[in-house]
Structure formats: structure tokens, C-alpha cells
Design a protein around this ligand. Structure first.
Ligand SMILES: [Ca+2]
Ligand SMILES: [Ca+2]
Ligand SMILES: [Ca+2]
Length: 360
């Protein structure tokens, strides 16, 4: 696939070289906000760059854009000048900037290049606007929108240059996550109670969790876990994922699912909804020696214990989720917790042969 794409790009490049370009005419330049979508919570700041791309013989840029002033508060980029300004980007460094305002829900910009610098060609940053998300901003997506009629690109003689695409930006304020829910089942049984759901909470941009919580599934396999309001030290010896959370402007949860004799499963989930639903996960059975993989050592142990049984009801002891401890303790190699080690346990382990946990 990559090879095809490369050849396609090469063919286009060959064609573009052959196509006649009218003399004295340059292709249209684009104006866009980067990043196009950025996530921030109340009190956080975001930097949005105004880029011009594909410019040729550019001397002057004018634009007006609007932003929701009740949610986004511009941070002054020029303390020497009255009012609130955007930062001047490298394209207009040392230039003449008669209009630069970021107030009252409107961004206004008019700038000329420094005469000694000459006209600009290529891609570059025109201006940078920094917004602080106001306290108490309700969750939502807040656009920063160029007024298309206001965007003007001009050459050194004051003649307008063709404007291509004009791309807006947006700031997303995510809801505060109050809980996580999901449905966790286990192979070989219909009693799904007691699976441990352990969640480590990572603040945005942090590589170490600041708090954690644990919930146990009910008999139907459902769980709800409230996000803790205080910082709790992690359980000692709890294995941490290597490298911290994925990149992105989110807070993250690291979720670990455990039950004896089943393979543990681990997931990263962004905390960007009020209640994050991790969906349905099925734990695969057969890891009776608890070493993280289902293989010949488990098969050998199940065969060695084959035929062991206790009277029902029985329970699988599991310290993190000690609910449902009625009757006798299930045999150690009873994978599905039906109080017997038999062909069902052996078959499950055989079918999952070679699977290993993705948890640390
Ligand atoms: Ca100022
Ligand atoms: Ca094993
Ligand atoms: Ca069994």
C-alpha cells in the first residue's frame, strides 16, 4: 500500500512538472488555525497559530475572526501595547502591524512585512493567539471562525493574491469525568461477579498516576466506578504501564481487569465524557498458574487436578473482590468456578493456548 501511494505521489509530481504554469501567476495560499482542534479545561491555556501556507510574493495579511468571549479569554501577547494583542509570528517579525486586537470576541489583524525583509514565500506563522479557558466554562466545542470576506493576502504592490482554503479552529472543553462503567464477562460461566476493575488516574500530560480506585463486577458483569475525589497512594507493588499515557490533551485512566485463572486485560481510556463507558470485555480462561500466559504449564496442571471437585455452592477466593464467599473453596484448577475440574476447564485452556496478557 505504501509503495502504491509513493508511486502515486511520484506520478503526480511528474505531471505537475509537465503542466504549463501561467507566467506571473502563483497558486492560491491557504490560511488556517493550528491545531484545528485542541482540548483544554477551565483555567488551562491553549496556543493557536495562524498559518499561511503555499504563499508566494506575500507582503500583507489581513483577517478578522470571531471567538466565544464568554468561554475563551485571550492572553495579551504584547504588554508594551494598550489592549490585548496576538503574538506576532515569524512571517511579520519586525514588520508594521497597524491592527492587532484580540478583544470582545473578535480577532483583528493587519500586518505588512518589514521592507528590508522583502516578500514572503512558503509556509509560516502569521500570528499566535493564546486563550485561557474561563472558570466554569461549560463542556462543549467552541469554534474560532474566520470571516471569509475579511481574509486578504496582498503582494508588495498592494494587489490581492488568490486565497485558497480558510480553515477555522476550535477549542474543546471536555466534561469532568465522574465515573467509569462497563460490562466484563468471563468465558465458560454465566456468573460474572467479582472481576476486579482497578483504575489508575493520570492527570493531563503526567506520566505517573495521582490516584486510583477499584470496583468489582456484580453477578451480571456490570460495574460502576466513581472517580475518587482525593489522591490515594497506589497499592504497593501494583504494576505500572511503561511509558505513561498516550499523547493527547486528555486526562487518562489505566484500567486493569483481573480474575483468578483468567488472563488479565489492560486498557488506556481517555477521560473525556461525564461517564466513560469502557464497553464489553471478555476475560479468557485457563491461566491456572497465574504467570500471564495460557500454555502447556496450565494444561499439565489442569490434567494433574482433573476430577477434583467440591460440593456446590463454591467460590473462587480473590482478595480484591471478596464478595460471594458462600460454601466451599473451588479447586485451584477450576477455571470457570463450577466447583469441578473437568473437560470444560481443559477445553477452555486448550482453546486459549498461546494467549498472553497485555498487562505489565
Ligand atoms: Ca497589550
Ligand atoms: Ca499460565
Ligand atoms: Ca470447572
Amino acid at each position: 500500500m505504501r509503495g502504491v501511494l509513493l508511486w502515486g505521489a511520484f506520478a503526480l509530481w511528474m505531471l505537475s512538472g509537465l503542466l504549463p504554469v501561467p507566467s506571473g501567476e502563483t497558486s492560491a495560499a491557504d490560511l488556517r488555525l493550528s491545531p484545528a482542534l485542541v482540548t483544554a479545561r477551565s483555567g488551562e491555556t491553549v496556543r493557536l497559530e495562524v498559518w499561511v501556507e503555499g504563499a508566494g510574493n506575500l507582503n500583507r495579511v489581513e483577517f478578522t475572526a470571531t471567538y466565544p468571549a464568554e468561554v475563551l479569554e485571550p492572553v495579551d501577547g504584547d504588554l508594551e501595547r494598550d489592549g490585548v494583542q496576538m503574538e506576532v509570528g515569524p512571517v511579520f517579525s519586525g514588520g508594521c502591524i497597524p491592527e492587532n486586537r484580540a478583544e470582545g470576541g473578535t480577532l483583528r489583524w493587519v500586518a505588512w512585512r518589514a521592507p528590508e525583509a522583502g516578500p514572503f514565500s512558503g509556509d509560516g506563522v502569521v500570528a499566535v493567539v493564546t486563550f485561557r479557558v474561563r472558570e466554569g466554562a461549560p463542556p462543549g466545542v467552541y469554534p474560532i471562525v474566520f470571516d471569509p470576506g475579511s481574509v486578504r493576502l496582498l503582494d508588495p504592490e498592494g494587489r490581492p493574491l488568490a486565497v485558497g482554503s480558510v480553515e477555522d479552529g476550535a477549542v474543546r472543553v471536555p466534561p469532568v469525568t465522574t465515573g467509569l462503567r462497563g460490562w466484563i464477562t468471563r468465558e465458560g460461566t454465566t456468573s460474572y461477579g467479582g472481576t476486579a476493575v482497578t483504575v489508575l488516574f493520570y492527570p493531563s500530560g503526567d506520566s505517573y498516576p495521582t490516584t486510583w480506585a477499584r470496583a468489582c463486577t456484580d453477578e451480571g458483569g456490570n460495574f460502576y466506578l466513581a472517580v475518587p475525589e482525593t489522591e490515594e497512594p497506589l497499592p504497593s507493588g501494583f504494576p505500572l504501564p511503561a511509558g505513561g499515557p498516550p499523547a493527547g490533551a486528555y486526562e487518562w485512566a489505566y484500567i486493569r481487569l483481573d480474575f483468578p485463572n483468567y488472563g488479565s486485560e489492560c486498557y488506556w481510556e481517555p477521560l473525556d465524557e461525564e461517564v466513560v463507558d469502557i464497553g464489553w470485555h471478555i476475560l479468557e480462561g485457563g491461566d491456572v498458574n497465574g504467570d500471564g500466559c495460557i500454555n502447556i504449564f496450565d494444561i499439565v496442571r489442569i490434567i494433574a487436578d482433573f476430577g477434583e471437585s467440591v460440593a456446590a455452592p463454591c467460590f473462587v477466593p480473590f482478595a480484591p473482590c471478596p464478595s460471594g464467599e458462600v460454601g466451599a473453596v473451588a479447586p485451584a484448577s477450576d477455571v470457570n468456578g463450577d466447583c469441578r475440574v473437568n473437560i470444560f476447564d481443559l477445553t477452555m485452556a486448550a482453546e486459549n493456548f498461546g494467549l498472553c496478557t497485555n498487562c505489565p
